[in-house]
Design a protein around this ligand. Sequence first.
Ligand code: FE2
Length: 363
Amino acid sequence: MNQEAFLDSVSAVEFYVGSARQWAFYHEKAMGFTPVAYAGPETGVRDRVSYLMKQGKVSLILTSFLDPNSGIAQHIKLHGDGVHDISIKVPDIDVAIKTIEERGLIKPSKIQEIKGEGGKVRSAAVKTYGEKIHTLVDYSSYDREIPPGYEAIPQNSDHKGGRLKAIDHVVGNVEENKMDPWVEFYVKGMDFRQFMTFDDKDISTEYSALKSKVVEYNDRKIVFPINEPALGLKKSQIQEYLDYYKSPGVQHIALSTDNIVEAVSQLKKQGIEFLETPATYYDNLLDRVGKIDEDLDVLKRYSILVDRDDKGYMLQIFTKPIGDRPTFFYEIIQRKGGTSFGKGNFKALFEAIEREQAKRGNL
Ligand code: FE2
């Protein structure tokens, strides 16, 4: 539908973390990613260490600092481990920057050019909510798999890899009354389209509530839901995130799979902890979502949630926060035609999240 799309899809998500080596180990052994490339002092990079991890079409960059006065170190001190950059691949950086500048809402940085053995990579950054950025990257004059500044990590033939295929969506949490300005940032500033809204009537439990709008680009190749806290009887889970992250930031990344039961079974065996779903959720599930291919008992055993819209259904599950602060987590999602984000599951999910929140004394 976007005939002259100037953005393609999410290129990589970069985290700033306390120990890139340990995060890489976790993402390899528990999440099923393959460490593909490394950058650090050995490759001529003096101030940081980065691991490029891949699974299916998903690329993560895990970066830590060597200089305690660096911006990376300050980012980690303030926010804990978290996402710094959701980079977006662009077919032509000159066109992308010109288009964004014409929209008049966002000022991209100057274009940078990095040369390597495979040619040159050109990029520019756009600042979004909190301290997050979108680096727009043009690889059209570059023909290697490994980015410049990185060297390939020798592959271990025993490494099985995981069942995760692609990034389905990346969710941002922003402050109260800031959701609409950030929706406008993407819609008016970068030609995204808003395609779904939830209000606190949809997403609330007795205790906490949130509002959410979803923007997408290029036939949903890029999907960014944006949440803000709403008033509930007790503290919203979005407010808890903001309190611990100390600013707006990325709440979760949803990774898609073509077999959620096998994916979750494998991830659990590898030590990933998922939110549990109350057993009562499954009592009237089939009345709510109709006929599904999966065995209800199996879904119940793994706490997998199901939601249906007019296009089909989807299955989803959420991990517990993966770092020390109750901030970032992953979602695993399988779409069987369904285009929703699990609106029907919000109540069941939030009740599960709030049980964890209550354990931390923050409800
Ligand atoms: Fe999600």
